[in-house]
Design a protein around this ligand. Structure first.
Ligand code: SF4
Ligand code: SF4
Ligand code: SF4
Length: 327
């Protein structure tokens, strides 16, 4: 191939690249209209851990014990045996509940059931799925290949792998609605919500939970209010003075939004919740991937052109040789 031909091919490759353009940025996914979730109110939580015990019971998970204390569950972190944990925040003298300075507070950690979930986006075999109706993020162990991409992709460090099992699986909260449990489909509350004695953890649609969360953060500190038990519209509840809430509903926008939301008296970052941008990780990573694949059209076009000219030159050389032999 001569220099002119080469430049022609290179030019056609660039044309393909410019006509393909850069892949469009993908926005955050929206929650399904009937998305369900939970609202955790740190100011109402008394740290009793009834939810931790019930979660283990519902999901048939063993207690985490050690040789010094074999009769009690010792779990302090989420693991493949613990899908829900209550942690404590303390500062200074730790005297005042829900105060950032010299105070203490509780935080419940479990899957946030992200609206645009990173774990779902990266799973190569769709073992991690988001239910199109409820928005619940569930895991199918029969499909999972154990690659652990979901572990790396979760901004909340939630999915846990069973490293001590040769055929280990991923474990995480599935909002009590996985195969063999199906509490939501059967009209029951999630286990952790059912046993919460103070209404610190309630179940409902994302829309009604968000409205309830906003009602709470707008309350005047010390003013008496009714806090429902179980669900937002429950006739059962208790009257209590409102805490001094942070003016923020965690999960309304963070990382593209979540279906498990948190309100608190202490800033969410002090409670160990990450400070995430509004754009979901899934939207960012899928945009980057699509851009890479789309821009690969240019080198692919260039390669196709080079192969065409190389083949044509070889054919021409062959024909010249034939002519020489005949003459
Ligand atoms: S470990 Fe399983 S669920 Fe997680 S990304 Fe890999 S295949 Fe999907
Ligand atoms: S919190 Fe993590 S595991 Fe749960 S849905 Fe979001 S990305 Fe997936
Ligand atoms: S919804 Fe079910 S699995 Fe999730 S934390 Fe609550 S009890 Fe555990």
């Amino acid at each position: 191939m001569n220099r002119r031909d080469f430049l022609k091919v290179a030019g056609s490759g660039a044309l393909i690249a410019s006509s393909s353009g850069t892949a469009e940025a993908r926005g955050n996914l929206e929650p399904p209209p009937e998305a369900v979730g939970m609202l955790y109110d740190s100011t109402l939580c008394i740290g009793c851990k009834a939810c931790v015990v019930k979660c283990k019971d519902v999901n048939d998970m063993p207690a985490v014990t050690d040789e010094h204390n074999p009769q009690w569950d010792q779990a302090t972190e989420l693991s493949a045996d613990t899908l829900n944990i209550i942690k404590a925040y303390t500062d200074g003298s730790a005297e005042t509940k829900n105060a950032e300075t010299d105070g203490f507070a509780f935080i419940k950690r479990n899957c946030m059931h992200c609206v645009d979930a990173g774990c779902v986006s990266v799973c190569p075999v769709q073992a991690m799925k988001k239910d199109p109706k409820t928005g619940i993020v569930s895991h199918d162990p029969d499909v999972c290949i154990g690659c652990r991409y979901c572990v790396a992709a979760c901004p909340y460090n939630i999915p846990k792998y069973e490293y001590d099992d040769a055929f280990g699986q991923i474990q995480k909260c599935q909002l009590c609605n996985q195969k063999g449990v199906e509490r939501i489909d059967n009209g029951q509350l999630p286990g952790c919500v059912e046993v919460c004695p103070t209404g610190a953890n309630i179940f409902g649609t994302r829309d009604e939970l968000l409205a309830e969360a906003k009602r709470r953060v707008a309350m005047k500190p010390g003013e008496e209010n009714t806090f429902p038990l179980g669900t937002v519209g429950s006739p059962h509840g208790h009257v209590a003075p409102a805490a001094d809430y942070q003016p923020h509903v965690f999960g309304e926008h963070e990382g593209g939004g979540t279906q498990v939301m948190v309100v608190s008296g202490v800033p969410h970052t002090e409670l160990g919740l990450p400070d995430l941008p509004d754009r979901s990780y899934a939207a960012v990573s899928e945009t980057v991937q699509h851009s890479i694949y789309s821009n690969m059209l240019a080198p692919a076009g260039l390669l196709a052109g080079l192969l065409y000219f190389a083949r044509r030159n070889t054919q021409e050389e062959g024909q010249d040789k034939d002519k020489e032999e005949q003459s």
